[in-house]
Ligand binder design. Structure first.
Ligand SMILES: Nc1ncnc2c1ncn2[C@@H]1O[C@H](COP(=O)(O)OP(=O)(O)OP(=O)(O)O)[C@@H](O)[C@H]1O
Length: 211
């Protein structure tokens, strides 16, 4: 029996008059990497955003570890459940500044450790985030999420803008994080990547979610 991560019950979300999620029931266990997979426009991002309360469903319930999200303080939830978006979103300043925005009290050891977890060199700390390559930016965003020590990580097609080398490095980082106990929900549509990273796949399409 796996521990409960997220549970959705009879969840409805409408966009532009259409039910993108039409009364879905889905369970996302706490262990391993769950991939949300499906064609473009199927509602994967919509579903992912519900898990961090960036959106709320029109009806139905989304729970995390047994508690409905609307009973949790939203900022506390987002400390426990971190998110990395499709496009890297660096803040102004250095890499160190970016990490400090997320965790002002993190000490040097914690900062170096988190960079190590995403395979970034500590030499980058004093570089302006705007000088990083595409392949360095997304890992930095992952590090910025990890430094708050979340229990769960939501990834919205995080490698779609990355070349093959950085893409594989990002995958390895997340596989290791999941092995160390982080709950991961990964939106993807690259079938080979889904096979490489997914412990299980939820298919999203036509308003439904199926295993
Ligand atoms: N704010 C919005 N207003 C109107 N329609 C929206 C809005 N957000 C999403 N949609 C529509 O809802 C549907 C689901 O979008 P969503 O981004 O969740 O799909 P997706 O499966 O993540 O797609 P992709 O793989 O292209 O990112 C799409 O048809 C999209 O056009």
């Amino acid at each position: 029996m796996t521990d409960e991560g997220f549970a959705l019950r009879d969840v409805v979300v409408r966009r532009g008059g259409r039910a993108v999620l039409d009364g879905i029931d889905a369970d996302i266990p706490a262990d391993g990497i769950t991939v949300l997979w499906g064609p473009s426009g199927a509602g994967k991002t919509t579903l992912l955003r519900l898990l961090d309360r960036l959106d709320v469903p029109e009806s139905g319930t989304v729970s995390y570890r047994g508690t409905p999200l609307d009973e949790l303080d939203v900022l506390a939830l987002r400390r426990r459940v971190g998110m990395v978006f499709q496009r890297a979103t660096p803040f102004a300043g250095t890499v160190r500044d970016n990490l400090a925005v997320a965790a002002p009290d993190a000490d040097g050891e914690a900062v170096r450790r988190v960079l190590g977890r995403v395979s970034l060199d500590a030499d980058l700390l004093d570089r302006g985030a705007d000088t990083l390559s595409g392949g360095e930016l997304q890992p930095m965003c992952l590090a910025r999420t990890l430094i708050t020590e979340p229990e769960a990580l939501l990834l919205d097609e995080p490698t779609s803008a990355l070349d093959e080398g950085p893409r594989r490095a990002f995958e390895r980082s997340v596989l290791e994080l999941a092995r160390d106990g982080l709950t991961v929900v990964w939106v993807g549509h690259d079938e080979e990547q889904v096979r490489r990273v997914g412990d299980r796949v939820l298919h999203v399409g036509e308003g439904r979610v199926t295993t």
